[in-house]
Design a protein around this ligand. Structure first.
Ligand SMILES: Nc1ncnc2c1ncn2[C@@H]1O[C@H](COP(=O)(O)OP(=O)(O)OP(=O)(O)O)[C@@H](O)[C@H]1O
Ligand SMILES: [Mg+2]
Length: 215
């Protein structure tokens, strides 16, 4: 399955979720390719850090951009069990290319108004990508959600109005374990002290996306 973690909004947790998902799938025994479609190379930098601190990262990582991303991902699709694509936080050729070759796009959205408004523009990109890739599924996950208050419910309600996207009945909280683990070249599942909630939320996302036949 080819999965993109994408949004045109920056800093919403795309790279965080992409690397955590890639590591969880690799740990489950899948041969994973992590494609860094962001010119800032954050996923690649994470992988280099991981290799330095831990040795073999456990997955293959490449940087690909624009139309090369599309053609090479298509070519490599048969060689890997899973491809996870991370893109930058803007409307780029790489994001558009990724949407045309993916089975699923996971869209992290923070439950705050500017982030929610940006989803209309993501929905437009997804509509365009479906002209070429009609089976593309688009799943919104609330990320860096606050533990308390009505913001999450209000955000989910607003997001359900956007046509063509599915809002997952899951959220990932704002948890220090994500940046702490990343700074150590790890997924939250590999990091101690263990944050059981962070692990549970990540595993619930992976289970929903991969095991319930969304692809
Ligand atoms: N669930 C979370 N809890 C706490 N911090 C988080 C969470 N998700 C992401 N972050 C933090 O938010 C910051 C932005 O995350 P990240 O780099 O993954 O976003 P991005 O969407 O890839 O950004 P960009 O658009 O720049 O590529 C990072 O410091 C990351 O550690
Ligand atoms: Mg990023």
């Amino acid at each position: 399955m080819i999965l993109t973690v994408g949004n045109i909004k920056g800093g919403v947790g795309k790279t965080t979720l992409a690397v955590n998902i890639a590591i969880v799938r690799a740990s489950a025994g899948c041969d994973v390719l992590l494609v860094d479609g962001d010119e800032q190379r954050t996923a690649q930098t994470f992988t280099e850090l991981r290799a330095t601190l831990r040795g073999e990262p456990g997955y293959t990582a490449v940087s690909l951009h624009g139309s090369a991303l599309r053609t090479q991902v298509r070519q490599m699709a048969t060689k890997y069990d899973e491809i996870v694509i991370d893109v930058g936080g803007r409307d780029t050729g790489s994001l558009r290319a990724a949407l045309t070759v993916s089975h699923v796009v996971v869209i992290p959205v923070q439950p705050r108004s500017f982030d929610i408004w940006a989803v209309d523009n993501v929905a437009e990109l997804i509509r365009e990508a479906r002209d070429i890739n009609p089976e593309l599924r688009a799943l919104i996950i609330l990320n860096a959600a606050d533990a308390q208050g009505r913001d999450n419910d209000d955000a989910a309600t607003a997001l359900r109005e956007v046509v063509g996207l599915e809002v997952l009945d899951l959220s990932i909280g704002r948890r220090k374990a994500f940046p702490n683990a990343a700074a150590a070249g790890r997924a939250v599942t590999e990091y101690t002290p263990k944050d059981a909630k962070a692990i549970e939320e990540l595993m619930a996302l992976v289970a929903t996306v991969y095991r319930e036949g969304i692809a």
